[in-house]
Design a binder for this molecule. Structure first.
Ligand code: NDP
Length: 245
């Protein structure tokens, strides 16, 4: 049985990851902060014949991560694919609050706690997931971790001011991923960062150029299905090309 786990999975890109992994035969552990939302999403996917198992997970809660790793090992014995999808940016944290929305987008409104919070969710949590799931992933024959990054985390492509928190958090994710790649190499676990493109979700907004279906299908075809251990630590675009750091 092929097992995948997706974080932040009740909507947006996370839900689509569950759908597409389910359609290609994975049993998907569908996690969300609120169990009710995870259950509703799993019920929704069940109508399409997809096996999604809802579990509660706030990715900043290390004891919740540890319990889920034990649960996964006890119930399935291994994990083949981990999608570290959960993420926040200034606009999603600030729905309807114009003042908050502007925080960390400009130098004058920079808020240290907000920057740290975004680094916590977007960069540290994916590595905490790897820390606790490493031994379960090691029991798969060539497990893969996809960390959802962003072009906004590319230092070489940054050509405007502002957006401190999100950009810094996604750059940090790239370094976290690179370091992690060496620490899990021995267990034959491949870990990469992927820019999903600009995607129509609550975070991406309606004007984005890609649907969730297009983005996830492209990452599955060009990254998930293609990468091997020699690609570990790299930063890819959704079309499978290397992304500039
Ligand atoms: P959404 O805002 O639609 O979804 C984000 C998900 O992350 C939500 O389910 C949210 O749950 C969850 N989440 C946030 N904080 C936590 C937490 N502490 N623990 C668990 N879950 C959490 O955005 P997208 O689907 O667009 O984003 C998915 C990923 O793609 C993110 O990492 C984002 O940075 C990245 N990305 C998106 C782009 C786009 O254009 N859409 C572009 C580049 C990257 P809740 O509702 O409970 O907060």
């Amino acid at each position: 049985m092929k097992i995948a786990l997706v974080t932040g999975a009740y909507k947006g890109l996370g839900l689509e990851w569950c759908r597409q992994l389910g359609k290609i035969g994975y049993t998907v552990i569908l996690t969300a902060r609120e169990i009710q939302k995870a259950k509703e999403a799993a019920d929704f996917l069940a109508k399409e014949g997809i096996t999604a198992v809802p579990k509660p997970l706030d990715v900043t809660n290390e004891s919740e991560i540890a319990s889920l790793a034990h649960w996964t090992e006890f119930n399935y014995g291994h994990l083949d694919v981990l999608i570290n999808n959960a993420g926040i940016n200034s606009s999603t944290r600030a729905k309807g609050d114009k003042h908050l929305m502007e925080k960390n987008l400009t130098l004058t409104s920079l808020d240290a706690n907000e920057v740290l919070n975004m680094i916590n969710v977007n960069a540290i949590a994916p590595v905490l997931m790897a820390k606790h799931f490493k031994h379960v992933l090691a029991k798969s024959n060539g497990a893969k971790i996809i960390n959802i990054g962003s072009w906004l985390g590319s230092i070489s492509e940054k050509n405007t001011g502002g957006n401190y928190s999100y950009s810094v958090s996604k750059s940090a994710l790239s370094m976290m991923n690179k370091i992690l790649s060496y620490d899990i190499e021995h267990d034959k676990i491949t870990t990469v960062v992927v820019n999903p493109g600009w995607v129509q979700t609550d975070m991406g907004g309606a004007r984005a150029g890609l649907t969730t279906e297009q983005s996830v299908k492209s990452v599955i075809d060009h990254v998930l299905n293609k990468i091997t251990l020699k690609d570990s630590g790299q930063f890819f675009n959704q079309d499978g090309k290397q992304h500039p750091w």
